[in-house]
Design a protein around this ligand. Structure first.
Ligand code: NAD
Length: 495
């Protein structure tokens, strides 16, 4: 069996100790490949390669960076099927999802940043003091240390790497331990496309060892993390010791608010698709549907009916709608949330089981609809990251919006209404980084993605992400050429 290596300084590099871990296909438990485990020494080598590459890459013209990234997009596109297959296997994604969402989304993101690389903007230069000309420079920060989660490994590699390198930074990415394969392939493809050695480095390994060492590293100037809120808190604490810039994209618990004038059938379809995408392992997945009382019963019945038709199956089968969870540990965690909700009086309308038969080989969990849970219960408040939708009723708009805002998270939300005034109020009062109206899930490279509250801060994708990955420098030129400046009077008086 081959071993997936780190990618450091333009080359595949093995761990300094030779330690490896298995990458497992969660749909059947088979070992796909082994992966090298990073030691602090390996991380040091990757940071050194990124530091070495920084001066040249950050001084390359935006046009040169843009050309290399455009070529990268073309290479990725030409290898789309290969990326989709590996992504599907390592993350347990149905091949349809990997082929139609993960890979084309990533290619588009790379293409977007090829254009964006040429559009780093500062404010207008000018004479804000009569004696000086001020110029704002937007500059790369240095070496970025990035840490990514397992739910969308390829897309997350793109979201972390592209804005950073388009702005002239170099990067060391540590993908999640369970899903490192496409991140290494991504870095290799970038190098093949002409992005110089050391600009993109990937170290594979454990968060507590490689991740922690990367964040604490004195030569890393910025940390960009996507993952859970508890690990994000640790990352922020460690990064504070060397006062690094921190960019955190954390967990979510998205509300899905259905007002009584909504198109009921559209809301039902949207709730099932929005809660089950990627087996519910999506930080923006619809997790809490609040439905205004006149539509409540019909909504619950409709969602249960549509969920019953969702096809669980092998990830390579193009007819499979829902694959396994990422691991058996995740399966146990999701089953535990549902079981405890049941014990506390919630009702499981459909699902709530680990399927048997052929699917028992994988870490599958049935699409699950829960009602009668308390607003303050863990199944409503905590991110459980599985194919589980909780539905709760509300009476008036004030209550619906209050409940939507009533968790510590604020990543995404949706509102379902045909009333423009209701949607205007809801979109301004819901405290989250994205609010959809009459849809739930779509993302687009041109628009920012990021959280409010404990979902973190900072924006991925879009021109806004440059704000995260650049420093703004004020340069002020004297225009007078006089030796004793006018303002020196405040020091020397009239002497
Ligand atoms: P996680 O927090 O367990 O792990 C994320 C990454 O952090 C992994 O690479 C892991 O190895 C690393 N890590 C763990 N401990 C570390 C430590 N002490 N120091 C440094 N690194 C460490 O998250 P996960 O389970 O991989 O992913 C799921 C989570 O990611 C969910 O909470 C989900 O909402 C979130 N997520 C958020 C977004 C977003 O855009 N906001 C996108 C995708 C996923």
């Amino acid at each position: 069996m081959t071993i997936a290596s780190h990618f450091i300084g333009g080359k595949a590099v093995e761990s300094s100790t030779g330690d490896t871990d298995d990458v497992i296909d969660p749909s059947n438990g088979e070992v796909i490949q082994q992966v090298t485990l990073a030691t602090p020494t390996d991380v040091d080598a990757a940071v050194a390669a990124a530091s070495y590459a920084f001066p040249e890459w950050s001084c390359a013209t935006p046009g040169a960076r843009s050309d290399a990234i455009a070529s990268f997009a073309r290479i990725l596109d030409s290898r789309a099927a290969e990326f989709a297959e590996v992504e599907s296997r390592q993350a347990g994604k149905p091949i349809r999802l990997a082929t139609e969402f993960d890979v084309p989304g990533t290619v588009d993101n790379v293409g977007f940043f090829s254009g964006a690389a040429r559009n780093l903007e500062g404010r207008a230069a000018g004479e804000y003091s009569a004696d000086h000309t001020s110029v704002v420079r937007r500059e790369a920060i240095g070496v970025v240390g990035s840490i990514a989660p397992w739910n969308y490994p390829l897309q997350m590699a793109g979201w972390k790497i592209l804005p950073a390198i388009a702005a002239g930074n170099t990067i060391v990415l540590k993908p999640a331990e369970m899903t490192p394969l496409t991140s290494v392939m991504f870095a290799e493809a970038a190098h093949e496309a002409g992005i110089p050695a050391g600009v993109i480095n990937v170290v594979t390994g454990r968060g507590s060892v490689a991740g922690n060492h990367l964040i604490a590293h004195p030569d890393v100037s910025m940390v960009s993390f996507t993952g859970s809120t508890p690990v994000g808190q640790k990352v922020m604490k460690t990064a504070s010791e060397t006062v690094k810039r921190v960019h955190l994209e954390l967990g979510g618990k998205a509300p899905f608010v259905v007002f009584d004038d909504a198109d009921l059938e559209a809301a039902i379809q949207g709730a099932v698709a929005g809660s089950l995408i990627n087996s519910g392992q999506d930080c923006t997945a619809a997790t809490r549907a609040y439905v205004q009382r006149p539509l409540y019963d019909a909504f619950v019945q409709g969602v249960a009916d549509v969920m019953a038709g969702v096809r669980l199956g092998p990830t390579a089968d193009p007819t499979t709608d829902q694959g396994p969870l990422i691991s058996w540990k995740q399966q146990e965690s999701v089953a535990g949330y549902v079981e405890r909700a049941r014990n506390y009086g919630a009702k499981i309308v459909t699902g709530g089981q680990i399927p048997g038969g052929e699917l028992a080989k994988g870490s599958y969990y049935e699409p699950t609809l829960v009602i009668d849970a308390a607003q303050d219960s863990e199944i409503v408040q905590e991110e459980l990251f599985g194919p589980v939708l909780v539905v709760l009723p509300f009476d008036d708009d004030d209550e619906g919006l209050r409940l939507a805002n009533d968790t510590p998270f604020g990543l995404a939300a949706s509102v379902w209404t045909r009333d423009v005034f209701r949607s205007l109020r809801a979109t301004s009062e819901i405290r989250s980084g994205c609010v959809w109206v009459n849809d739930h899930i779509p993302i687009i490279s041109e628009m920012p993605h990021g959280g409010y509250k404990q979902s973190g801060f900072g924006k991925d994708m879009s021109q806004y992400s440059f704000d995260e990955y650049t420093n703004v420098k004020h340069v002020m030129y004297d225009r007078t050429a006089v030796v004793r400046k006018d303002w020196h009077r405040t020091i020397f008086g009239s002497r």
